[in-house]
Design a protein around this ligand. Sequence first.
Ligand code: NAG
Ligand code: NAG
Ligand code: NAG
Length: 260
Amino acid sequence: MPLTKTSSVFLIFLFGFYSQTAKSQFCGCSPILCCSEHGFCGYSDDYCGSPCRSGPCRTSRDPIDKIVTQQFFDGIIDQAPNGCAGKRFYTRESFLKAANATFDFTDTVTRLEIAAMFAHFTHETEHFCYIEEVNGSSRDYCDESNRQYPCVPGKGYYGRGPIQLAWNFMYGACDVDLKLDLLGQPELVGSNSTVSFLTGLWFWMNNVKPVLTEGFGATIKAINVMECDGGNSGAVSARTGYYKDYCKQLGVDPGANITC
Ligand SMILES: *[C@@H]1O[C@H](CO)[C@@H](O)[C@H](O)[C@H]1NC(C)=O
Ligand SMILES: *[C@@H]1O[C@H](CO)[C@@H](O)[C@H](O)[C@H]1NC(C)=O
Ligand SMILES: *[C@@H]1O[C@H](CO)[C@@H](O)[C@H](O)[C@H]1NC(C)=O
């Protein structure tokens, strides 16, 4: 059930953009090409055979439920204190459901990508403790100059979900791709955990996955550019620490450029 035809178009646009701008040794290949072990784009077996890093690799790929095991998921959420709202909300099952419904995700996902994604989920939600940003409703996340996705009066577009989707223009763009009324009902992201993970995966596919081949540091920048510009080195090292831990758990090498 590919929910997100428009996002696939957007993604191809992004990949096209990256293929022109990214340095080839970091890959960022066009979507029809594979990224080889050493980071070059091509489509022969030298690139697409094992150990191909991304793209239409011809290696056997672990199914996602073999990567995100119950043990892996619980190893994170069990660290959240018992009083956390997220503990009764986020589940491995809802993640897998959302993953399955996200166009092109489960066909391309790697262990390294899961390590990176869950490192950010862990940091954003404090081990799946938080569903919503603390005191989010007291902050204004309405960009009134955005006419494409105007704020609905009385609705708050503060951080919600595993990647803490925020701002009317993000809820609006996600709404269009997922075909869910998130501009009118942003609270859905905090009340339905499949929707919550769908928004995290939507953000990931559009903004983060395209830079994954540049290293984990680039994914931090894609999620929170201010942290990388010296704004919050504690947050950067927390994210990096989770990433290294999850890479170890999943048996993959974290690669180069893991910080920013
Ligand atoms: C995944 O999606 C397919 C349809 O695209 C469906 O047939 C299958 O049951 C789904 N699996 C899960 C675990 O949701
Ligand atoms: C949230 O608001 C409460 C009450 O106004 C305040 O005591 C608390 O420090 C705030 N927390 C954060 C993280 O802003
Ligand atoms: C949560 O959202 C999903 C995806 O839109 C939907 O299929 C499911 O029925 C919803 N669950 C509930 C309890 O509303």
